[in-house]
Write a protein that binds this ligand. Structure first.
Ligand code: ADP
Ligand code: MG
Length: 621
């Protein structure tokens, strides 16, 4: 349990703080910590409910939330109020979902196809960040309950291929759950750490991490040297996993059992039972040769391992093909891989284990629990950051986040705090007004969501952007932070090549105490900050929508009927009213939704001018 320490300089009693490691998965999530006695990572099993928390959030009729196994029970009975796989939506726009829009059983709002997606549950709109925060809150509560101590800090893992926006969204979800996210770590990196790889800075290794979960497959090739984990290549399929094994079994049963085939489409109970039995069969066949059971004592469910393997062989072959590509991209031969690590519940299937071991020409590592290995590694990383492992060298890191101001006075982080230096990172922005030829770049340092709470480091104008419609210019803003902590910021408009740069010293004038104070403030105000950010984002979307629809009316009003014009004006006014009345984000989205639903057919009618175009990316005023 929690240890009590004495601060030798003040004599005060201090409670040793736990920093947890969290695997926020698409299907399942877990939280782990380092046991204070044996110093080994262990996944938290609160009240004997198991270590695995299904990543499912259910909203009851009363508006309460249930997370985990209990929520999973509502997947079939109440799909509209039961959110699964929310990780797939983190940091994504509706357009990003592409062909997979129908995958989700709940309502995803499609009005603003280029802004971040929102999910509608009953009368409320949720961002994937808020929903992920619900899962994180549950994990945090379980950890606090099991460890009997407050948990305020965490390391959270993400797939190696997650982009900036997905990582930022994961950080925000942590904040909203009341956690200070000390670092976002790549899942394969965490898995390698769990196996003790990379802990000795003198060791150089090349490893392959094969991660087959419920609905996603990732292969990552890492090169580890001097404590640095470098991702050489990644490959995979974001819509392939253990769920496909279950579906293959169900189809097999349907094809071979007339009783099932005849009733499955009408009988909801039967289709739910089939799903459960299929997963049970799959798990059983990971340790036995035969599975036999019945549904309600009348329908036989029987499967042999051999048949199961025939069913899944094409799926397994696809994962191996991805491995081949990843190895090609990393320009490596199988013999150059020092270790192969198995991650994800689906790697328990013996055929998967054998196929992977055969492809890499050596037995894969699977002695750690593949469901837990990522969370265990995250706990080790947390322990390193807590300074509990003095033997491990921590590279120089930036003490505070560096970013720029975007519309509405929001801080857009470009180099997160705790990033190793030297480092380089960038993002692309665009204009918000037609014919905008100047763009002000304001550089800030700090952890708060609103720039006015952070420290301004520099400001400059990118001048001479050729006049183009709003949303057309592509401005790359790059931050280059050298080993001395000197930051160079450059902005380039890609279409014209116009370029501007400045040099700033981020830490100049800040004492350690000030840095600490800024961090403290960011923790105390985290929840307010995230809510403020969400309102500002909703307002920004609304303002852009107003601008676009008004402009559309001006230019193309003649293509509409008088009635349509009138209704559009009314809906525009309603949206303006909500903004003027300082409505909350839900009220704003309702008004946006109404306007969008009414006007979206116009855009198609007047093909060349798309209302939606205006909402591309984030805009700088
Ligand atoms: P994610 O990382 O995507 O959240 P997990 O790593 O938790 O997912 O994997 C979940 C998948 O693992 C599910 O499809 C589940 O059925 C499968 N799984 C769990 N245990 C076994 C087992 N013993 N045999 C086969 N598949 C299993
Ligand atoms: Mg996983």
């Amino acid at each position: 349990m929690a240890k009590v320490a004495i601060n030798l300089s003040t004599g005060a009693l201090q409670q040793e703080e736990v920093i947890v490691g969290i695997d926020l998965g698409t299907t399942n999530s877990l939280v782990a910590y380092i046991h204070p006695e044996d110093k080994k990572p262990i996944a938290i099993n609160d009240q004997g409910r198991g270590t695995i928390v299904p990543s499912v959030v259910h909203f009851t009729q009363q508006g309460d939330t249930i997370v985990g196994t209990e929520a999973k029970d509502y997947l079939l009975s109440d799909p509209a109020n039961t959110i699964y796989s929310v990780k797939r939506l983190l940091g994504k726009s509706y357009r990003d979902l592409g062909e997979h829009k129908d995958y989700f059983g709940y309502k995803i709002i499609d009005d603003d196809s280029e802004g971040l997606v929102k999910i509608r549950v009953q009368d409320k709109f949720y961002s994937p960040i808020e929903l992920s925060a619900e899962i994180l809150k549950e994990l945090r509560e379980r950890a606090e309950h099991a460890l009997k101590t407050p948990v305020n800090r965490a390391v959270i893992t993400v797939p190696a291929y997650f982009n900036d926006s997905q990582r930022q969204a994961t950080r925000d979800a942590g904040k909203l759950a009341g956690l200070e996210v000390l670092r976002i770590v790549n899942e394969p990196t965490a898995a390698a750490l769990a196996y003790g790889i990379g802990i000795d800075p003198n060791e150089e290794k090349t490893v392959a991490v094969y991660d087959l979960g419920g609905g996603t497959f990732d292969i990552s090739i890492l090169s580890i040297h001097q404590g640095i984990f470098e991702v050489l290549s990644t490959n995979g399929d974001t819509y392939l996993g253990g769920d496909d094994f279950d579906r293959a079994i169900i189809n097999h049963w349907i094809q071979n059992n007339e009783l099932i085939a005849d009733t499955v489409n009408q009988d909801k109970h039967l289709s739910q039972e089939l799903r459960l039995k299929a997963e049970e069969a799959k798990r059983t066949l990971s340790v036995q040769e035969v599975y036999t059971s019945t549904i309600d004592g009348r329908i036989d469910c029987h499967l042999e391992r051999h048949t199961f393997e025939t069913l899944i062989a094409p799926i397994v072959a696809r994962t191996i093909e991805s491995c081949r590509q990843a190895m090609g991209d990393a320009k490596l031969e199988a013999a150059q891989i020092d270790a192969v690590i198995m991650v994800g519940g689906s790697t328990r299937v013996p055929m998967v284990y054998e196929a992977v071991s055969e492809f890499f020409g050596k037995p894969a590592n699977n002695n750690l629990n593949p469901d837990e290995v990522v969370a265990l590694g995250a706990a080790i990383q947390a322990d390193i950051l807590a300074g509990n492992r003095k033997d491990i060298l921590l590279l120089d890191v930036t003490p505070l986040t560096l970013g720029i101001e975007t519309m509405g006075g929001l801080m857009d982080s470009i180099i997160p705090r705790n990033s190793k230096i030297p480092t380089k990172a960038g993002r692309q922005y665009t204009t918000s007004v037609d014919g905008q030829v100047n763009m002000k770049i304001s550089v800030y340092q700090g952890e708060r969501d609103l720039v006015k709470e952070n420290r301004k480091l520099a400001e400059f104008d990118l001048k001479g952007i050729p006049s183009m419609p709003a949303g057309f210019p592509k401005v790359d803003v790059n931050f280059i932070l050298n080993a001395d902590g000197i930051l160079k910021v450059e902005a380039i408009e890609l279409r014209s090549g116009v370029k501007q740069e400045v040099e700033v010293k981020p830490q100049y004038g800040l004492t350690d105490e000030q840095v600490e104070q800024m961090l403290m403030d960011s923790i105390t105000h985290a929840k307010d900050d995230v809510s403020a950010r969400m309102v500002i984002e909703a307002r920004t979307t609304a303002e852009q929508m107003l601008y676009q629809v008004e402009r559309f009316l001006e230019k193309n009003g003649q293509h509409l009927t008088e009635e349509e014009r009138q209704l559009t004006r009314e809906n525009l006014q309603k949206l303006r009213d909500v903004l003027a009345a300082n409505g909350d984000k839900d009220a704003i989205f309702v008004a946006i939704d109404r306007l969008e639903e009414q006007t979206s057919p116009f855009a198609e009618r007047v093909m060349q001018i798309s209302i939606k175009q205006a909402m591309a990316g984030k805009k700088i005023e």
